[in-house]
Ligand binder design. Sequence first.
Ligand SMILES: Cc1cc2nc3c(=O)[nH]c(=O)nc-3n(C[C@H](O)[C@H](O)[C@H](O)COP(=O)(O)OP(=O)(O)OC[C@H]3O[C@@H](n4cnc5c(N)ncnc54)[C@H](O)[C@@H]3O)c2cc1C
Length: 632
Amino acid sequence: MSASKEYRDLGMDRPIARRDFLNGIAIGITGASAALSLAKPNAAQAQQADASQANYPPSRAGLRGNYPAAVDEFDRIRASQYSQFPVSDSDIHEEYDLVIVGGGLSGLAAAHFYRLGLGPNQRILILDNHDDFGGHAKRNEFHYQGRTFIGCGGTLGIATPFPYSYGAKALVKELGIEVERNAEFFNRDLEEKYNLASGTFFDKEHFGEDRIVTGNPRLSEFFAKAPLSEAARKDLIRLHGKNPDYLPGMSDHEKRAKLARMSYQDYLLNVAKMSPEALPFFLGMGGRNNKRVDTTPALEAAEHGLVGFNGLGLKLEERFSEASYRFHFPDGNASMARLLVAKLNPKAVPGKQSMNTILQAPVAYERLDEPSSNLRIRLSSPVVRVQHDGPPENARSVRVAYRNGVKISAVRGRYCILACYNALIPALMPEIPDRQKQALAYPVKVPMMYTNVLIRRWTAWQKLGVSRISAPGMYHPSSNLDPGSTVGGYHGVTTPDEPIIVHMVRNPNKPGLPRKEQNRAGQQELLSMTFEDFEVKIRQQLARMLAPGEFDPAQDIVGITVNRWPYGYAYTYDTLADPDVPQEERPHVIGRQRFGRVTVANSDAGAAAFTNQAIDEANRAAEELFVLQGLT
Ligand SMILES: Cc1cc2nc3c(=O)[nH]c(=O)nc-3n(C[C@H](O)[C@H](O)[C@H](O)COP(=O)(O)OP(=O)(O)OC[C@H]3O[C@@H](n4cnc5c(N)ncnc54)[C@H](O)[C@@H]3O)c2cc1C
C-alpha cells in the first residue's frame, strides 16, 4: 500500500511499537524511539523501555510466534542440506547426559521428568530455535504510558477435552498452579461492570454491507437486524431454533454413521436444506483443531453443540470438562513455561515461585545457558541434524548439530529427546526406518495466528456494547478485549478511556480443499506475508468493525504484535480426513517409537494439541530412556 490517503487514515505512516522488530529482525532505533514519543515517557523510562525491547524477548513487537529467523532453517533441513553431519568430530567439545531438541512445554517437562528419575546432577541441554523459551507458550508485553500490558501470544489455557493423567496433574500441582481457584481470578468486569455482550460483524463482501449486530444469534431478533437475504434470514432463524429431525426413519447408530462421513457444510446444505446464501455466516465456525465448516465432520459439529442437530435426538456423549478448563494466566501458559524454567534453572528465575509470583518474577535470559548450571537452555539455536555416533543399536552417544549465528556447531549427548515438531524429524534424522519416517510425515500442523493490538482506549467498544466480535468473513474471524486474568496481582482491567489489548485470532485455510491441503495453504500464507501485509489487514478490519463507535486506527492503535504460527496445533484425526485404524497403527504412535538412544516427545506425538498431551509425551519419552538404561 503506497502513501495514499487510506494508508494515512489507517495510521500506516505512524511509528508505533511494531516496526522495530520488523519480520522478527531488529532494524534499529526508529520504531522503538517513535513508540516512546507516543507514550511520552520521561528519559529514564525511555532508556529502560529501549533496553527491554532489545534484550527482553516478550517485549519485542512486530512479527513474533514462528518469526522468520526462527524457521528459515527448516527449508534447508528439509532440502537435506545437512544430511552429511555438518560438524567434524574434533569440533564437538560439549558433552551432556541428555540433549533435548525443542524448548516448548514438552521439552521443558521432559527435562523435569528426566531429573526426577535420575537426579538433578544430570547435565542437560535444551536447544530451541526461538529467542524465547516455551514453544507455543509465549508472552507478549507492551510498555505504554508507564504501564505494562501483558498478552498471550500462543497457548492460553490449561485446557483439555481429555482428562489429565496422574503425571500431568502432579506436575501442574508441583509448579504451584491451583487450577481449581480459577473463579477467583476470572475477570468479569467487561461483561458485568460495563454490560458488554458479543457482537457479529457482517462484512459487505459476504453480506452486502458492513454492519455490526450485537446479541445472541440464538434469538430471532438477532437475525432480524442482520443484513441478509430473506432466504438466508429464514434459514438461520430456523437452524438456530428448535429443529425438526432432518434424518427421519434412521436409528441413532445410522444417523451417527452418516454424520461421521459428511462435512458440517454438506449437512447444512444438503440435509438441513439451508440456502447457500446463509453459508457465509458459518465461515468462521468449525470443530476441534481449527477445522472449518467444510472440514468438520457433521457428527463432531453436533457433539460441539453447533446448530442444526437438536431435532435428531442423538445420544451424544457428555463432553468432558474440568475446572481447569478456563484457568489461565494473563500471558497464558508462558507462565507455566516460566515456572518450569524456575524449577530447572533457578539462576535464571530465582526465588521460590508459584502461580502467585511468577507473572512478575524477572527472568534473567542471559543466565539460561551458563556453563555452571546442570540445566542449560540455548535459545536461537535451530537444530539441523541429529545422528548416533555409530550404529543406533549400539552407539554410546548422539551428536546434535545446530545453527549458532553464522556457523553450525554441535554437541554430544548420551541420550536425546526430540521434543520438536515431529514432522521435521525425518529430515533431522534420515537414518530412522522408512515406515517410521512416513508416519512422522503424515500430519500437517495447523496454522494459526494470535494477534495482539494495544489500543489507547476502548470507548468504541463500549459505545457498541461489545467485548468480543465474531466476523465470519473478515481476516481475523474473532476479536476480543483482553483485560487479562487477575492471577499474580495483574491489574490489566481498564476503564474505557484507558489502554487495553485487543486479541484477534485467525486460522488461515483455503475452503474447498482437503483438510491437510488447507493446513498447508494456511502455512504458506503465513510464511509469505510481511508484517506490513498483516498490519494493513488488522487496521482495516478494526476500522471497519468499530466505525460506528468512532474508532480511529491512526490514533487509537499504539502497538501491534502478530504471533504467526504456521506450525501451530498438533494434527488430530477425524472421521472425514483420516482412515479409521486401530490406535497402534495411528501415524503418531508409529512415529514416536524410540530409535536407538533417541526418543520422541511433543504434543505431536500424542496427536492432540493440549498442555496435558505435551506433558504426557514428555513423561513417556523420559521413561523410555529410563527403561533403556535398565532403571526400574
Ligand atoms: C496459538 C495456539 C494456541 C493454543 N492454545 C492452547 C490452549 O489454550 N490450551 C492448550 O492446552 N493448548 C493450546 N495449544 C496447543 C499447544 O501446542 C500445546 O498445548 C503445547 O503447548 C505444545 O507444546 P510442545 O512442547 O509439545 O510443542 P511446542 O510448543 O511447539 O514446542 C516445540 C518447540 O520445539 C521447537 N523446535 C522445532 N523444531 C526445532 C529445531 N529443529 N530445533 C530447535 N527447536 C525446534 C519449536 O520451535 C518449539 O519452540 C495452542 C497452540 C497454539 C499454536
